[in-house]
Design a protein. Structure first.
Length: 157
């Protein structure tokens, strides 16, 4: 028996699914992205289940390509939370929030290193980290601040 555990490009899955009119559970899941770090553990889990139910002897895993994605570490100045969201969040609270969300943090100065979990393909930069912190602190804590209007009259929309 051959068990394949593969990763697919989310954009290709979504485009091909729309083009061919295919709606499936697999398309729904893969076009949103899956955790690349779970590819091999998922294969091992499936193999163990087959062995428990059917018996047999597993072969070695064969991994082709870059299975695990890139390690993403962002230098994150805590002042970005104030700049982008207008709220002060103490370093200890920001670190606690990010840790509970699966991020790994290092450093105790004004800039900390934040390692993005492999399953969070939606986090790419500092603004995404601010969004995660504000989401837990509470959007209701963000002060309502009007945009600068300037002196020129408004153009019709």
């Amino acid at each position: 028996m051959l068990i394949e555990s593969a990763l697919w490009n989310e954009i290709n899955i979504a485009q091909t699914g729309r083009k061919l009119g295919i709606n499936s559970d697999a398309r729904y899941r893969f076009e949103r992205g899956v955790d690349p770090a779970f590819m091999v553990p998922g294969l091992e889990l499936a193999t163990r289940l087959v062995m428990e139910l059917c018996g047999g002897t597993p072969s070695e895993n064969i991994v082709v390509g870059n299975a695990f994605g890139d390690e993403r570490v962002i230098d994150f100045p805590l002042a970005e939370v104030k700049r982008l969201a207008g709220i002060d969040v103490p370093l200890a609270q920001a670190r606690r929030i990010l840790t509970h969300l699966g991020f790994v943090t290092a450093g105790s100065g004004p800039v900390m290193k934040v390692a993005i979990p492999s399953w969070r393909s939606d986090v790419h930069g500092k603004a995404d980290i601010v969004e995660e912190i504000v989401r837990i602190v509470g959007i209701d804590q963000v002060p309502m601040t009007p945009f600068e209007r300037g002196e020129e009259p408004r153009k019709p929309v």
